[in-house]
Design a protein around this ligand. Structure first.
Ligand SMILES: *Cc1c(COP(=O)(O)O)cnc(C)c1O
Length: 416
């Protein structure tokens, strides 16, 4: 999309104090140097309306009550915090899993989808548009819109639609219109482009439901607000169950929504180390991974200044991960900021390591984790290896039933 800056490059002297005190994002939607609103003029107004509407909604007790009710009665919150005794024994650590895999539709994405659907209804939207990559956000968006009686259109790249046929069917059964995108890279990136294009054509009565903590301001903030229920619950639960805060919180990072939801409410507890795990794929070269913070450089993608995987001409690179949900060349601006100030460390886990972590979690805990979540498990295991008797909180972002076909065709004998 063409770019129109919403103000000068923000100063990058913002600190963690600014973030935990709620002074970030700033008036330009910036987290230090990152974030902002790089969109066509027509969307600037729509984004301002959305921001004002969301801030009002969060201040309104009736809206909060409606959201809480949906989260408890329909999504299935609070999700349990499970002490993973056998994984802990194997790793020499105390391990807790925050069970987003047990939510309705099987992943954390529903927390965001139902929150934004309530917001769309409150703002008087006549229809909702959404993008989807692997189909998880498309399923969550379709389900949330059905729940509230909102017409929903989901854009999905044609290549993704072919790879994720069961989710195409799920989305349609849940009553959404699914439009395949045959332009561009025909995956998540072009699906977001098309959804934005749709929104530009009618920003007054269409609501754009973005699925991760990316995109122009206010989305990274809005999605963080809606996903922070993960970290708030987990913090209270681990204090209750273990009597202390963890030494480490770890989560996988695609666009960054489940990770920011877990991390954000814990940022103030400075003794807690934090680790975001990106998709290391099959190697460090261009096109073999989706490790944006590890290998990317600063630039603008989908309306936001952040870190992205691009070549020296600013062309977005191909990405690869065995887990479709981590396969995105960008990352949310709050993560780019947390990376820049060193509050959160970001590491990579390879396809082979993630597949091995799925098997280990199945065998030792009786839980089939999503391949995305398995990256966090493998990252936690590596971290625990150098440290005896630490306490680790892992964000288990989703369940792995959707990955069975991928796992079955994955060449065995490679892992470990
Ligand atoms: C989509 C997805 C992710 C990655 O998205 P984030 O916005 O980075 O959280 C991770 N885990 C699961 C299960 C997903 O469906």
């Amino acid at each position: 999309m063409s770019t129109a800056s919403s103000g000068p490059w923000a100063a990058s002297y913002a600190t963690l104090d600014d973030l935990v005190a709620g002074r970030l994002p700033d008036d330009n939607g910036r987290y230090g140097a990152f974030g902002g609103r790089f969109v066509p003029e027509t969307l600037v107004q729509a984004l301002s309306r959305l921001e004002n509407g969301a801030r009002e909604a969060f201040r309104d007790p009736a809206f909060r009550q409606a959201l809480d009710n949906e989260l408890s009665d329909w999504v299935g919150r609070p999700t349990p915090l499970t002490r993973a005794n056998r994984l802990g024994e194997a790793w020499g650590a105390t391990v807790y899993l925050k069970r987003e895999d047990l939510t309705h539709t099987g992943a954390h994405k529903i927390n965001n989808a139902i929150g934004q659907a309530l917001l769309a209804r409150r703002l008087g939207a006549a229809r909702v548009v959404a993008e989807t990559g692997a189909g998880q956000h498309g399923v969550a968006a379709a389900a949330a819109c059905a729940r509230l009686g909102l017409p929903c259109t989901v854009y999905m790249g044609a290549i993704d639609a072919k790879r994720q046929a069961p989710n195409v069917d799920r989305i349609r059964r849940l009553g959404a219109e699914l439009l395949q995108v045959t332009k561009g890279d025909q995956t998540l990136r072009s699906a977001i482009d098309e959804a934005l294009r749709d929104w530009v054509s009618d920003p007054e009565s269409t609501y754009y439901m973005l699925g991760s903590a990316v995109g122009p301001h206010p989305y990274p903030w809005l999605v963080c607000e809606l996903q922070s229920v993960i970290g708030r619950e987990a913090r209270a639960q681990i204090l209750e169950q273990e009597g202390r805060l963890p030494d480490l919180a770890v989560a996988c990072v695609g666009g960054g929504s489940n990770a920011i939801g877990l991390f954000h409410p814990l940022l103030e507890d400075r003794q807690i180390e934090m680790l975001g795990i990106e998709a290391g794929g099959t190697g460090e070269d261009h096109g073999l991974n989706a490790a944006t913070l590890r290998f990317g450089t600063a630039g603008v993608l989908h309306g936001s200044y952040s870190t992205l995987l691009q070549d020296e001409h600013g062309q977005i690179q191909e990405t690869h991960s065995v887990s479709a949900g981590l396969d995105y060349p960008g990352v949310g601006p709050e993560h780019a900021f947390l990376h820049s100030i060193g509050r959160v460390k970001y590491e990579t886990i390879s396809d082979d390591e993630a597949v091995a972590a799925v098997d280990e979690c199945c065998a030792l805990e009786g839980i089939l984790p999503a391949l995305e979540s398995a990256h966090a498990l493998a990252g936690a295991k590596r971290w625990a290896a150098g440290r005896r008797d630490s306490c680790i909180l892992i964000g288990l972002s989703g369940r792995g039933d959707k990955d069975l076909a991928t796992l079955m065709s994955y060449p065995r004998g490679n892992e470990s």
